[in-house]
Design a protein around this ligand. Structure first.
Ligand code: NAD
Length: 485
C-alpha cells in the first residue's frame, strides 16, 4: 500500500509536530481513493504556537543581512532540485497529477521562485529625495511582520513556494496553511527551508480547513494574508483582512478567454488550448476555458483537437507514461460532471469525452464542447476540470467584447500570425496575465495575478517582493527649525 511521508501534521519553529488532538484529515490518493496519510487539523493551541513562533523569530530574521537571507533561499532551491524526484512523487500522491507533470512543474517551479527571490533579497531598495536647504527624506522598504499564506489544492508545493519566497526574502515570517485536500507538499518545504539554515519560526505550516485559515487571518499578530483560492473564499478572507486593516493578496478563480484567429498556426493553437485546458486535468486557475475560434478555422481546430486528445494516456499517475491524471477529489469529480451534464442540457454538443472514465479513481475524460454560446453555464462559470468550450466568432471587435463579458479577469491568450493584432487584442482584454502564441507559462520574473473578481496583487516578479514590504519615510532636517512663534 502507498504511504506518503511526512506523517507528522504540522511544522512549527523548525520541527515537525505530530499532534492528534485536532480533527483527523485523511489524505487520499486520487487515482485509487486509498488513504496515503492521516493528518490532524491544528487546534487553537497549535495555531497559537505557530503564530507565537513566527512573531518571536521575525525581528531577528528582518535584521539578518538581506544577502544572507537570499543565500538561505538559494540553498533551499538547490535542495529542492536535488530531491525533485521524491518531491514529485509526493506531489503526485497528494494531488493525483501525473508524475510526468510533477517532475517538471511543481518542486521545479517552487525552486525557481526560491532562487529568484533569494537573488532579489539583497537588491531591495527604498528611495531618497533631496529637498530645499540641504534637507532630505528617505523611505525604506521594511517588512510587514507576520504574514499568513493560505493555499489551494491544485499546486500545493508551488503555491507554498510562491508565497514563502518573496515573504521571507523581504524579512517577514510566515504561517502557511495548505488546502486540507493536499496537506503534504508545504510540510516538505518547511523541512527543506530548515535544512537550508532558516531560523526556527520563520516559516511554519499548520493544517486545517477554513476555520483554521480564518483563525490565522483574524489574529491581531497577522499583518498580511495571501490567499490562493476561489472567489467565494476570497470575499470572506478579504473582508476579514479589512476588519483588521491588514494587507492582502488575492489569487482567485477565472473563466479566461483564449482567442484563436484564422491565421494562427493550427498545431500551436491546439497545443496552447491543450495546455490551457487539460494539463493538470484542467485544474488550473488561469486556464483558457472559453476558446473563441474564428469561424473559418473552427472545423479544422475541433477536428485536430479531437485527434490530439486521442494521445491522452490515462493511467496510474506514478507511471511516467501517464500524461492525464484524475481530479483531486470525489467532490471535484461530482462538481465537474455536474457542469458537463448542464452543458448537454443547455444545448452544447459534445465533440469528445463527457464521461467519468471507466477505472478506479476520480478520472473524467478530456471533454470538448462545441456550439457553446456565451449564456451557457459552461461558458460563464469556472469548472476547474478537463472541459473545453469552443465558441465561434467573426470579428476582432466582437471577440474582444465577448472575451471581456465576464466578472473574472485572471488570464487571456491570443493565437495569431499577425503580431500587431496579437498585441492589440491582448492589450484590450481585461486580464492580469496574458499570452501571445502560447499559454499558461509562468516564469518567476513575470507578474502573475488577476483583475476584476479574479483578485488583486501579484505573485512572482519584483512586485511580489514589494507587496511583502511597507514604505517607512523619514524627513531629515539639516538646518534650524522654523516655528511661527
Ligand atoms: P477554496 O476557496 O475552497 O479554498 C482555498 C483555501 O482557503 C483552502 O486552504 C481553504 O481551507 C481556505 N479557506 C476556506 N475558507 C476560508 C476562510 N473563511 N478563511 C480562511 N481560509 C479559508 O479553493 P480550492 O477549492 O482549494 O481551490 C480552487 C480555487 O482556487 C479555484 O477557484 C481556482 O481558480 C483558485 N485558484 C487560483 C489560483 C490563482 O493563482 N489565481 C491558483 C490556483 C487556484
Amino acid at each position: 500500500m502507498l504511504r506518503a511521508q511526512p506523517t507528522a501534521s504540522h511544522h512549527i519553529a523548525g520541527a515537525y509536530i505530530d499532534d492528534s488532538e485536532g480533527a483527523p484529515m485523511a489524505c487520499l490518493y486520487p487515482a485509487t481513493g486509498d488513504k496515503v496519510a492521516e493528518l490532524h487539523e491544528a487546534t487553537p493551541a497549535l495555531i497559537e504556537r505557530a503564530l507565537a513562533a513566527a512573531q518571536a523569530a521575525q525581528p531577528e530574521w528582518a535584521a539578518t543581512a538581506p544577502a544572507e537571507r537570499g543565500r538561505i533561499l538559494a540553498r533551499a532551491a538547490a535542495i529542492m532540485r536535488e530531491r525533485n524526484h521524491d518531491l514529485s512523487v509526493l506531489e503526485t500522491l497528494d494531488t493525483g497529477k501525473p508524475l510526468q507533470e510533477t517532475l517538471v512543474a511543481d518542486a521545479a517551479s517552487g525552486a525557481d521562485a526560491l532562487e529568484y527571490f533569494g537573488g532579489l533579497a539583497a537588491g531591495l531598495q527604498g528611495q531618497m529625495l533631496r529637498l530645499a536647504g540641504g534637507d532630505f527624506c528617505y523611505a525604506e522598504r521594511v517588512p510587514l511582520g507576520v504574514c499568513v499564506g493560505i493555499g489551494a489544492w491544485n499546486y500545493p508545493t508551488q503555491i507554498a513556494c510562491w508565497k514563502a519566497a518573496p515573504c521571507l526574502a523581504a524579512g517577514n515570517a510566515m504561517v502557511f496553511k495548505p488546502s486540507e485536500v493536499t496537506p503534504l507538499g508545504a510540510l516538505t518545504l518547511a523541512e527543506i527551508l530548515t535544512e537550508a539554515g532558516l531560523p526556527p519560526g520563520v516559516f511554519n505550516v499548520v493544517q486545517g480547513a477554513g476555520a483554521v485559515g480564518a483563525a490565522l487571518v483574524n489574529d491581531a499578530r497577522t499583518a498580511k494574508v495571501s490567499l490562493t483560492g476561489s472567489v467565494a473564499t476570497g470575499h470572506k478572507v478579504y473582508a476579514a483582512a479589512a476588519a483588521g486593516m491588514k494587507q492582502a493578496t488575492m489569487e482567485l478563480g477565472g473563466k479566461s478567454p483564449l482567442v484563436v484567429f484564422a491565421d494562427a498556426d493550427l498545431e500551436d493553437a491546439v497545443s496552447g488550448a491543450i495546455l490551457g485546458n487539460f494539463y493538470s486535468s484542467g485544474q488550473i486557475c488561469s486556464n483558457g476555458t472559453r476558446v473563441f475560434v474564428e469561424r473559418p478555422l473552427r472545423g479544422a481546430f475541433v477536428a485536430r483537437m479531437v485527434e490530439r486528445l486521442a494521445g491522452v494516456v490515462m493511467g496510474d499517475p506514478l507511471d511516467e507514461a501517464t500524461n492525464f491524471g484524475p481530479l483531486v477529489s470525489e467532490r471535484q469529480l461530482e462538481s465537474v460532471m455536474g457542469f458537463i451534464r448542464k452543458g448537454e442540457a443547455e444545448g452544447a454538443t459534445l465533440a469528445c469525452g463527457g464521461h467519468r472514465a471507466n477505472r478506479p479513481g476520480w478520472f473524467v475524460e478530456p471533454t470538448v464542447f462545441t456550439d457553446v454560446t456565451d449564456e451557457m453555464t459552461i461558458a460563464r462559470e469556472e469548472i476547474f476540470g478537463p472541459v473545453l468550450s469552443v465558441l465561434d466568432f467573426d470579428s476582432e471587435e466582437e471577440v474582444i467584447a465577448r472575451a471581456n463579458a465576464t466578472p473574472y479577469g485572471l488570464a487571456a491568450g491570443v493565437f495569431t500570425a499577425d503580431l500587431a493584432r496579437g498585441h492589440r487584442v491582448i492589450g484590450r482584454i481585461q486580464a492580469g496575465t496574458g499570452w501571445i502564441n502560447t499559454y499558461n507559462l509562468t516564469p518567476a520574473g513575470m507578474p502573475f495575478g488577476g483583475m476584476k473578481l479574479s483578485g488583486f496583487g501579484r505573485e512572482n516578479a519584483a512586485v511580489a517582493l514589494e507587496s511583502y514590504t511597507q514604505l517607512k519615510s523619514t524627513y531629515v532636517a539639516t538646518g534650524p527649525v522654523e516655528a511661527p512663534f
